[in-house]
Design a protein around this ligand. Structure first.
Ligand code: ZN
Length: 468
């Protein structure tokens, strides 16, 4: 398993920065061309290498104005981006296949054709891919990919590291002063930010000297939340600082957005009156993005820290973590307008998914994805659908009020061993199964009377249910 590391540079002098930015801009055009030509059906069977050889033969590369290695690496990188874009669509198509047919042989045939990029030949698959694979385009104009053998790192007399990468001319390396004492290795991705460079590179997670703590031994279901990162089936909440981080940030952004809108309107009025200097001043001094980006980045880092710490605490206990399907995207599809909170919450759910995956792989615990349909509405004891009220779930049959997220975590844990409800079982079928179970539960139990105390019978602790 690979982990991404980021090295930061010191501030570059303007000449160096301009040279790198110009190279990144030209490579951005190369990326655009790759997306234009191979970003859809036409690129499905192609490798980066094939595209490269074809462009060399056709002379396409002559207008790029960059060194050969730079554009070749960029083609490879952009083709990998396109493949990732296509893979995301395939996840949805696999789900559609699950709904489309229940015949195992036909399913296997469709899955195989999809995997081997032979979907264009099958009418059903081609239709599904067209539906779910939205044509993308390149938006990256600030990156340079440098192959492992094209860069080197040297320390100067004071021990500062300098990373040398190719510039726009042969044998004219650009030397970047690093803030780290650890030389980046392998293929590098340089991302230009303001007047500095971020250097992203991959290292083998096995050689990492950070947390090699072993995982626990239990099987634990977890539910992702908004006020905390995770709640587990034992009734423990992890990462309880998330709620405050989310609400304060969303309030702050709303407030900031309003202030910026007011200033923008003042600037527009000034420009309309011909006071160009005033308008420019406001745009430059009050409506810039440098500070805003820096602050957003710091906030994201705090959320990541909280999230990863929470996941580590779960893995301290668990050899197997059961969670809702992580391949689902949490991105908000519709524009939510002013609803900053929902947008931020969707983003943090994505971070939780990433942390579960990465921590599990690093510490050797298994991560099991299950179908999470109705896990937050069904009572974990009788399968009946309860009424949700804030953080409480009221089961009308058991007459117990469960803590909603703990109940959901228990349901999620149980789904791992559920032979009727598979990962891609459709939503409506899950509901049907749950209602059938609830009916069976009802007929098995004696008729309720006043001597029936469900809480006393409950196999779970007091933590779980509220006082009646
Ligand atoms: Zn119940």
């Amino acid at each position: 398993m690979k982990a991404t590391r980021i090295a930061h540079s010191h501030r570059l002098n303007p000449g160096k920065y301009r040279a790198l930015a110009e190279q990144a801009r030209r490579l951005g055009r190369v990326r655009c061309l790759v997306w234009q030509r191979h970003g859809s059906v036409g690129g499905a069977g192609l490798s980066g290498r094939l595209v490269r050889d074809r462009w060399l033969a056709e002379g396409t590369h002559r207008g790029f104005g960059v060194l050969a290695n730079a554009w070749k690496e960029t083609v490879r990188d952009a083709m990998a981006d396109i493949a990732a874009n296509r893979a995301a669509a395939k996840v949805k198509v696999r789900r559609a296949i699950g709904r489309h047919t229940s015949d195992p042989a036909e399913r296997r045939r469709l899955f195989t054709a999809l995997k081997a990029e032979l979907w264009a030949a099958d009418a059903y698959l081609a239709r599904q891919m067209r539906r779910h694979w939205r044509r993308g385009r390149n938006r990256t104009h600030d990156q340079i990919v440098v192959r492992a053998d094209q860069h080197n790192t040297r320390a100067d007399a004071r021990g500062r590291l300098w990373l040398a990468v190719p510039g726009l001319q042969q044998r004219a390396m650009v030397k970047i002063p690093l803030r780290t004492t650890f030389a980046p290795t392998g293929t590098l991705r340089l991302i230009l930010r303001e007047d500095r460079v971020e250097i992203h590179y991959q290292i083998d997670a096995a050689t990492m000297n950070t947390s090699r703590r072993p995982c626990g031994s239990a099987t634990i279901g977890v539910d992702k939340g908004y006020t905390e990162v995770l709640t587990d089936a034992d009734g423990e909440h992890h990462g309880t600082g998330l709620g405050t981080l989310l609400t304060t940030e969303s309030d702050r952004r709303k407030d900031k957005g309003r202030r910026r809108a007011r200033l923008r309107s003042i600037a527009n009025h000034a420009a309309a009156r011909g006071e160009k200097a005033k308008a420019d001043r406001i745009l430059r001094n009050n409506l810039g993005t440098v500070k805003k980006n820096r602050r957003d980045k710091a906030w994201r880092a705090r959320v990541r820290t909280e999230t990863f710490a929470a996941v580590h605490r779960v893995v301290d206990k668990a050899a197997t973590v059961v969670a809702e399907d992580l391949t689902k995207t949490f991105a908000v599809r519709k524009p939510l307008g002013r609803n900053v909170n929902r947008r931020l919450a969707a983003w943090t759910k994505g971070v939780t998914a990433e942390a579960l995956k990465s921590v599990s792989e690093r510490r050797g615990s298994a991560l099991v994805s299950v179908n999470a349909a109705y896990t937050s509405q069904a009572c974990h004891r009788c399968s009946g659908l309860g009424r949700r009220n804030g953080d409480r779930l009221h089961c009308t049959w058991c007459r117990v009020v469960w803590q909603a997220d703990v109940n959901a975590a228990i349901n999620i844990q149980a789904r791992a061993g559920d032979s009727d409800i598979a990962l891609h079982t459709p939503h409506h079928r899950v509901k049907q199964i749950l209602l059938e179970r609830a009916d069976r539960h009802r007929t098995r139990l004696p008729v309720q009377d006043s001597s029936y105390h469900p809480a006393a019978e409950s196999e779970t602790s007091d933590l779980l249910s509220y006082e009646q």
